[in-house]
Each structure stands twice: as structure tokens, then as C-alpha cells.
Design a protein around this ligand. Sequence first.
Ligand code: HEM
Length: 201
Amino acid sequence: MNFRFNWIWPFTIAGCLIPLLWLVFDIAYDNLGSNPIQALHIRLGDWALRFLCITLAVTPIQTFTKWRGMSDYRQLFGLYAFFYASLHVLGYLLADHYLEWQVIGIDIIESSYIWFGVLAYFIVFLLAMTTSKWAKKRLGKSWKKLHRFIYIAVCAAIIHYFWQLKGNLAEPLFYLLVIFFLLGFRALTWLKNRQPNENTG
Ligand code: HEM
């Protein structure tokens, strides 16, 4: 990670852990409602998706504020997306299925919404494993291409969300709108940067 220390950094690291502390507190005080396992999935899944959206929001914020140090935060938020997604997956493997791999295999095959969760997690895992300066150097130009897969991850995550939805549409629709704007911003920037090259070429 291209680490540049400033006073906001430790507060951001600590702040990103608040959802986890809040969850641990609710577990300790039996505050997760009548279906605690489902509540656990929802809380961790929601935070994994929120951190994916926050990670995608860094570039537009950087463009508007012209604050170059923002890229350190993009990596940090991306790693937190991976962290919460990993806890979400662990919750599924341990709390839902007690690591019974055969049952897990059957459940994954039968539950189509999980395929998209697995796809999103696979990508987020790859991106987290290649986030270091060392990996960036080794992968060269492919690094940027690989890290663009975050767009596929966030789309897979939102499909995963909609597909398993049992009730309220408002929340996933809100995330869909946010993702639409974030991807729209990237598409417009891409088009804007492409045009001068085409005219000269
Ligand atoms: C980056 C990867 C992932 C993200 C961002 C993600 C996100 C989410 C979100 C937003 C929800 C819905 C929460 C709500 O209702 O408010 C959810 C539910 C769920 N996810 Fe994921 N997920 C991911 C990967 C996975 C994987 C790999 C699995 C399993 C192998 C999984 C299993 C589940 C389960 C079991 C539920 C709950 C369904 C229910 O309410 O019964 N997720 N996830």
C-alpha cells in the first residue's frame, strides 16, 4: 500500500471497525432479534456491499476535490470490503452449515443467488490479494485491468442481493441507484478521455 500518514488515517481505520464492534455488542447482548443468524448475514453482507460502494466512490470524490491522497483510502476501503465479505462468508459456512462441506456444496448448487455472491467474493478476494505495491509492480499493466473487475464484483453483489430478497425493495434499489451513478461517472470519464485520442488517431 502506498502509505502516506496523516491524522485522518487512524480515525478512518478505527471508524471502519465500528460496524463490527456494533455487531459484536449486539451478539453479546442478544440484540439480533428472533433470527440472529439471518441478522448476522444481513449486517455483514450489507457492510461488504457498502464498502464496495465507498471504494467505487473514491475516484469521483478525488476528481471533484483534487485530493490525490484519496487513492490510499481506496485501497483501505477495498480491503474493508474484503474483510466484511469474508466475515459474511464465514458466517454462512460456520453459523449456517457448521462447515459441513457436502451440505454447503448442495446449497450452493441449489441457491442461484449464492452463485453471484461467490462470483463477487472471488473477485474481491483476488483484488485484496493483489493490492500490495509488490503485486502492482509484478503485474504491471495487467494490474489496472484486473482491478477494473471491481465493477463486475459490485454488479454481482447487487444481483446476489436482489435475488435473495424476501421483502423491502427500497434498500437494494437505493444501492442499485448509487452503483448506477458511480458506474455512470466512470463511463463518462472514460468516454471523455477517449475522444481526444480518437480525433488525433
Ligand atoms: C462480495 C461478496 C458478497 C457481498 C457484497 C454480499 C452481500 C450480501 C447482501 C447485501 C445481502 C443481503 C442483506 C440484506 O438482506 O440486507 C446478502 C445476503 C446473503 N448472502 Fe451475501 N454477499 C457476498 C457473498 C456471499 C457469499 C460468497 C455467500 C455464500 C457462500 C453469501 C451468502 C449470503 C446469505 C446466506 C445471505 C442471506 C440470505 C437470507 O437472508 O436468508 N454471500 N449478501
